[in-house]
Design a protein. Structure first.
Length: 327
């Protein structure tokens, strides 16, 4: 009866770029990376969720990231370097393709005008939690044969190539802060995959032996340094993720209070609150209605009484004149 667990040799074959078929694996990796980056960049520009999901499924970056994890566990320095180089160069290529697509795009691709960008430039601690859970599933799928069919779902959930193309697109648009946010999301996902992979390998006993020993002799692998490095990386990415989470929470509280007061103010004067935008430092409210323009000082006073700093809010008032044709 065949075991449901994969041997270390089978796991190596799944994620390492060596052996007799190394050339074919490299060509497949680069072909899929370029195509998935083009699909992701085009999907982001078109604000198409379906296209972005398709790019996630095609993207091959999960392989060398898991290869980095497995090489760390097995103490295989050659494949560790090889996998890390593939991850870094693959990320650079995806960013470059995103930047190139941005050059031929007429409008700026930024969070204020594109939901695909907005969802990837402000990672929070909850995104780290989701990445950790997804990394666990991906690592278990590498260890066990019977759940390998979950990998497409892992590829969708972990989202590696789309954030990289967002980095390129936002850099081309001049939104450096947004580019750094998307890059942080990618690094968060990578660290989560490697960290959870080491934990899963430890649980299944894979970390006890290494097939990289001389003359085929297994040896114990010291994980102290890799684990210490991962802890340091979690601290490094945890700080900006925490700051982003706090900032988003504060903005949400302010937006809830402001929108409530603004809606009441608009209703009293027969105007309509048609849009809110908090993608920048200020919360922008857009109103439409018939002239005369309602008194803004009344709304400002209401915000002050709610404890909201009025300088954090900007208002756009658009007078609308309704004309009946055919009369």
């Amino acid at each position: 009866m065949e075991s449901r667990f994969q041997a270390p040799a089978d796991m190596r074959q799944s994620v390492f770029f060596d052996g007799v078929d190394a050339h074919a694996r490299y060509s497949r990796f680069w072909m899929l990376l370029v195509l998935s980056s083009i699909i992701a960049a085009a999907g982001v520009v078109a604000d198409s969720t379906a296209a972005v999901i398709g790019a996630m499924i095609v993207a091959p970056l999960l392989g060398p990231i898991q290869g980095t994890m497995l090489a760390t566990v097995l103490g295989d320095r050659r494949n560790l370097v090889r996998s890390l180089v593939l991850v870094v160069t693959g990320a650079i290529v995806a960013i470059f393709i995103g930047y190139a697509v941005g050059l031929v795009t007429i409008t700026e691709v930024v969070a204020a005008t594109n939901s695909q960008v907005a969802g990837r430039v402000s990672p929070r601690l909850i995104d780290l939690l989701a990445a950790l859970a997804t990394g666990v599933v991906g690592s278990i799928a590498l260890v066990r044969r019977d759940i390998g069919d979950t990998l497409p779902g892992v590829a969708i959930a972990i989202s590696l190539v789309p954030p990289l193309t967002v980095v390129g697109l936002t850099l081309e648009s001049g939104a450096v802060d947004e580019a750094l946010g998307a890059l942080l999301l990618f690094v968060t996902n990578v660290v989560a995959i490697i960290a959870t992979g080491i934990a899963v390998m430890s649980f299944y006993g894979v970390t006890k032996l290494s097939e990289a020993g001389s003359e085929g002799a297994p040896r114990r692998v010291a994980l102290r340094k890799p684990v210490a490095l991962l802890v340091a990386m979690f601290v490094v990415i945890g700080l900006p993720l925490t700051l982003t989470t706090v900032d988003i929470s504060a903005k949400s509280i302010i937006e809830h209070a402001v929108v409530g007061e603004a809606q009441q103010w608009a209703d009293r004067h027969d105007w309509t609150l048609v849009d809110t935008d908090y993608s920048t430092y200020e919360l922008e409210l857009r109103f439409e209605g018939a002239e005369p323009v309602p008194p803004v000082a009344e709304l400002e006073q209401a915000l002050v009484e709610r404890g909201v700093d009025p300088t954090l809010v900007s208002i756009v008032l658009v007078p609308v004149e309704r004309v009946e044709l055919g009369g």
